[in-house]
Write a protein that binds this ligand. Structure first.
Ligand code: CO
Ligand code: CO
Length: 350
């Protein structure tokens, strides 16, 4: 391997995200002009915006970019693209086109780094059936890459955060722990298998997972990224006005991640995510600190968190086992309707 991109970055991947509580402080001070065609805007904390352009068609738009999450440029490009496409999938959309957002250090101008990153991104766009239209690049001391993605969706097929209903089960479609694994790879503590397992998971598209969410009547759906499982679950609980339970032992995780969390390989975002969720989560006494931290670990290109009617969840899991290459599990349940979102983390399912 000629370059190690981790030598160029401070915070990696979605761990570099601006803390959620700061973002909501900014947005609540600004009056956002509406439009009759604006179907999903910033107020529901959803994954992507949705704008209706005809009776049958809406645009789904999102942008995501971040510092390196893998050591080699090609893998970084694949993961950055899978991560950017994910917000379109999380809304139930079909990606159509993308624009690259590039911050490039001047010392990389002559190298093949950006070419390899772009190659990785294009391979993932092709897998998604989308095309790269162009992009914008600036010189910047720290490398960053990502995509602005446009997708389409039928107005009656939008998967947002707002419909989770008491009784629904929660499904997670990828293992947790990319944040701590990236820290461990950076620190030279992860072995090759652990690194490959995380890279494999992060570069997997949420395309098939979204297909399953649509097919089995998901009531709410989001992808688990920078705010961690509990941060994104909290946003769903808030938008749907429900309380939920998460069953720790059921949550799929990458190998070694509890040890990493126990060693304190945690990014600043882990603490910011805990602060963001605050009093809205209650942990049972038998949930250890490392286990709690893992639930706040910022994920890069994480899986979908899908709320589904109870009677459809088993069939959805079986379909997922046949179709998905990542472990997919029922990880919790929507328990009550309530204005103040509440989450309870239990060791195992009832
Ligand atoms: Co998202
Ligand atoms: Co996003």
């Amino acid at each position: 391997m000629s370059v190690d991109l981790f030598h160029t970055a401070a915070e990696c991947g979605c761990a570099a995200k601006v803390p959620a509580h700061l973002l909501s402080n900014v947005l609540c001070n600004i009056e956002l002009p509406g439009s009759p065609n604006l179907i999903v805007g910033p107020e529901t904390l959803d994954d992507a915006g949705v704008y209706q352009i005809s009776d049958e068609l809406c645009l789904v738009q999102t942008v995501d970019f971040f510092p390196p999450v893998a050591r080699d440029p090609y893998t970084y490009g694949q993961i950055a693209a899978a991560n950017s496409l994910s917000d379109v999938y999380a809304m139930g959309g079909t990606p159509v086109s993308a624009l690259a957002v590039v911050c490039l250090p001047s010392e990389m101008l002559e190298s093949e780094t950006i070419e390899e990153i772009t190659r990785g991104a294009i391979d993932k766009l092709t897998e998604a059936g989308a095309v790269l239209l162009g992009g914008h690049s600036i010189l910047d001391p720290l490398l960053k890459y990502g995509l602005a993605v446009t997708g389409t969706i039928r107005p009656d097929r939008i998967l947002d955060n707002t419909g989770a209903t008491p009784g629904d089960l929660l499904i997670l479609t990828k293992p947790l722990g990319t944040g701590v694994t990236i820290m461990a790879v950076k620190g030279g503590m992860a072995d090759e298998n652990q690194e490959n397992e995380a890279n494999q998971s992060m570069s997997t598209l949420n395309k098939d997972a979204a297909q399953i969410a649509l097919e089995y009547g998901a009531t709410a759906c989001t992808d688990v990224t920078g705010f961690g499982l509990l941060g994104h679950a909290f946003q769903m609980a808030k938008a749907s006005e429900v309380a939920m339970e998460i069953w720790f032992d059921c949550v799929p995780r990458l190998s070694g991640v509890l040890e990493y969390a126990g060693m304190g390989l945690l990014s600043a975002a882990t603490y910011a995510n805990r602060k963001y969720v605050g009093e809205n989560v209650i942990f049972d006494d038998d949930i250890e600190l490392a286990e709690q931290d893992l639930l706040f670990d910022p994920q890069t290109s994480g899986g979908l968190l899908i709320a589904l009617p109870q009677e459809k969840a088993q069939a959805a899991i079986e379909a997922a086992e046949n179709k998905l290459t990542t472990p997919c599990k029922i990880v919790g349940q929507i328990t009550d309707a309530m204005k103040t979102p509440k989450m309870a983390v239990r060791k195992s399912s009832p």
